[in-house]
Design a protein around this ligand. Structure first.
Ligand code: ATP
Ligand code: MG
Length: 662
């Protein structure tokens, strides 16, 4: 059916008619109307959006805030006076209507290893573990560090904490002992939950020994963790050790075996903390971003419903790790609040081969698929065959988050993965924002490859110039800031409100500053150009990294590119491009020349790279983002690259050094 395709007209992509017909928000006018209302009357709008939840007590006031440091401490309060509980809203509220419906669909690392957990079963698991926590004396406000792979116990632990009012601090299972130690020390947690090990591709690796090392070191910094719970994920005979410390460490299965299957919830104040999550550290020392209960709950539920156009019965899959905010908001909380079936994937996109994503999509008949540009580029690099050999018939919507998506990768995602019948939502947001802020609503907002398009309800983005003055109109660029609070916003950074105010509210009085640069095109669409700190200034022309990278990636031989500035005698800064080629392409001097010409043609002479540096792989954070800090140092000819321990694969750096000048 011709009208069942995504249609392109003058650079805008429109959703298939069949998608529009069933969409919650199904016209641009409806989006505009609701958006206008959300801005004109935020309290009325957000009061209404909070209706479907269980409130033990309703609020006295929807919103109270101060965004001006010049007028006193920054404060943001939503639904003040209300009492509720996140876990109650995620599970208990659904028991009557969907107790036997799957809540979590778990796909293990090995194909064929899986588990389905219904809402009722989840209730029981969570209550049991909540009772275990209480047995340890954990109470409201205590911090619990969770260092687990993508197994159901991770979700259960978080929900159990939220049930009794403990604050979870999830640390991504790929982090080193050093990173884990920093997070244990900063949060002064009373408990660590970990596992014996985890799988990386086909291989079992230890987690417990890393956790032990982290706790040994935290002790030296004055933080002793009294209790440790260990999930047996790998088990004996797989070549990993799981030393247990007497009096401190206990196995999960022993503890829950005797625990009660019911546990009353702790009613929380709207602004009581729900969790701390340390940012991924692309730019420096991670910050303990603190989110609270009621506003976060309403915001992640509503964005999950509208951005992914979620309908009852849809199978929803976000491929992120729960160790990142994407997993908190859009694997666990948002989907469960909406009574969804949320797929949780333990493995990686390349194991057992590069077709795993689509194998899983077909197996579970996934309707909605949400991933990151880094994963899209990785599978794209391996060729289309890995995708096209699977049917992918169930897919209705595709999403992306984490970095700007290059238009070339966007088109590939649309045409090859989505067979041109799935709208794509490019969602811009941050750990700090709790949920998606700039995004298409798929049935209402036509998309442009590479643009996150327009603000979600209640979100007021703006662009600021160097002096902090708002840049009005369209066809402009600047620093991306937000003018007023939205319910999912962070409230503080753990342990230091001062740090929170300095990082986000001191550059521009009266604005939340995101740290990102953006442009607003003639249609008012937003394009994230990269982090402001990464902007390159060539002969007085300021350039975001995203544009030059996208131009490179649009060359047929290029899989991925990272661009940084380097000191240049004449221009002030020159453009230095690291380029990864597609599988099967070969390095040559001629290709370097072709790439430079290609960028000149795509953007203009000002953007011509001065140096092309072949990169078999790029240094990335463990969440898959390119770490430009290291690339900048290498381009400048430095040999000390600073802390490389937060890289997913530190050996990439050595390989890159060897490739210099080749
Ligand atoms: P840190 O703040 O510790 O340096 P981080 O910013 O990488 O780490 P996250 O909160 O995970 O940690 O990432 C948010 C950032 O990711 C955004 O500020 C933006 O730079 C980038 N980003 C996320 N989604 C998009 C998107 N759809 N388009 C462009 N950039 C995006
Ligand atoms: Mg950030």
């Amino acid at each position: 059916m011709a009208d069942d395709k995504v249609l392109e007209k003058n650079g805008l992509y429109y959703p298939p008619q069949s998608f529009v017909d069933k969409a919650h928000i199904n016209s641009f006018e409806q989006y505009q109307q609701m958006y206008k209302r959300s801005i004109d009357d935020p309290e009325g709008f957000w009061g209404e959006m909070a209706q479907g939840f269980h409130w033990e007590k309703t609020w006295d006031k929807v919103l109270e805030f101060n965004y001006h440091r010049s007028k006193g401490p920054i404060s943001i309060e939503w639904y003040k006076g209300a009492k509720t509980n996140m876990t109650y809203n995620c599970i208990d509220r659904h028991l009557e209507t969907r107790g036997d419906q799957p809540a979590l669909l778990w796909e293990g690392n090995e194909p064929g290893e899986d588990r389905i957990i219904t809402y009722r079963q989840l209730y029981e698991h969570v209550c049991k573990f909540a009772n275990v926590l209480k047995g340890f004396g954990i109470k409201k406000g205590d911090r619990v560090t969770i260092y687990l792979p993508m197994i159901p116990e991770l979700a259960i632990s978080m929900l159990a904490c939220a049930r009794i009012g403990a604050i979870h601090s999830v640390v991504f299972g790929g982090f080193s002992a050093e990173s884990l130690k920093d997070r244990i020390v900063d949060s002064k947690c009373s408990l660590v939950i970990t596992s014996d090990g985890t799988y990386r591709g086909g291989k079992a690796v230890t987690l417990k020994q890393i956790a032990d090392e982290a706790m040994d070191h935290s002790e030296k910094e004055g933080v002793t963790v009294p209790k440790v719970v260990v999930v047996e994920r790998v088990g004996a005979g797989k070549g990993i050790e799981c030393p247990m410390k007497q009096g401190r460490d206990q196995y999960w299965h022993d503890l829950v075996a005797t625990a009660e299957g019911d546990c009353p919830v702790e009613w929380m104040d709207a602004e009581d903390p729900l969790f701390i999550l340390y940012t991924s550290g692309s730019t420096g020392k991670p910050k303990g971003v603190q989110h609270t209960t009621a506003g976060y709950m309403v915001y992640v539920s509503l964005t999950h419903k509208y951005v992914f156009d979620y309908h009852d019965g849809d199978v929803y899959w976000c491929t992120a790790d729960i160790g990142w905010v994407t997993g908190h908001s859009y694997i666990l909380y948002g989907p469960l609040l909406n009574g969804a079936q949320s797929l949780m994937f333990e493995g990686v996109p390349t194991y057992p081969d590069s077709g795993r994503f689509w194998d899983v999509v077909d197996k579970w008949k996934v309707d909605i698929f949400y991933t990151a540009p880094t994963a899209i580029r990785a599978v794209m690099r391996m060729g289309d065959d890995f995708v096209t050999k699977y049917s992918r018939k169930s897919l209705q919507l595709l999403g992306t988050v984490g970095e700007p998506i290059n238009p070339e990768a966007w088109r590939w995602y649309n045409e090859v993965v989505g067979d041109s019948h799935c709208p794509i939502v490019d969602t811009w947001w941050q750990t700090e924002t709790g949920g998606i802020l700039i995004t298409p609503l798929p049935g209402a907002i036509p998309t442009k490859p590479g643009s996150a398009t327009l603000p979600f309800f209640g979100v007021q983005p703006c662009l600021l110039d160097d002096e902090g003055k708002e840049v009005e109109g369209n066809g402009v660029s600047g620093r991306l800031a937000i003018k007023a609070p939205w319910p999912g916003q962070l409230r503080t950074t753990y342990g230091s409100h001062e740090r929170f105010e300095t990082v986000y509210f001191s550059d521009f009085d009266g604005f939340y500053f995101t740290g990102d640069g953006a442009k607003r095109d003639e249609d008012g669409y937003y394009w994230i150009t990269g982090r402001v700190d990464d902007v390159i200034n060539v002969s007085g022309h300021r350039m975001g990294t995203a544009e030059v990278e996208s131009a490179l990636v649009s060359h047929p031989t290029v899989a991925e590119a990272a661009v940084v500035g380097f000191p240049h005698e004449i221009k002030g800064q020159g453009i230095y491009a690291y380029v990864t080629l597609k599988v099967g392409e070969e390095y040559s001097e001629q290709l370097k020349k072709d790439l430079v010409l290609h960028v000149r043609k795509e953007i203009g002479p000002i953007a011509s790279p001065d140096v092309i540096h072949w990169a078999p792989a790029l240094p990335k954070t463990r969440s898959g983002k390119i770490m430009r800090r290291i690339l900048r140092k290498m381009a400048a000819g430095e040999s000390d690259f600073g802390d490389t321990s937060t890289l997913a694969d530190p050996s990439v750096v050595g390989t890159l050094v060897e490739m210099k000048g080749k």
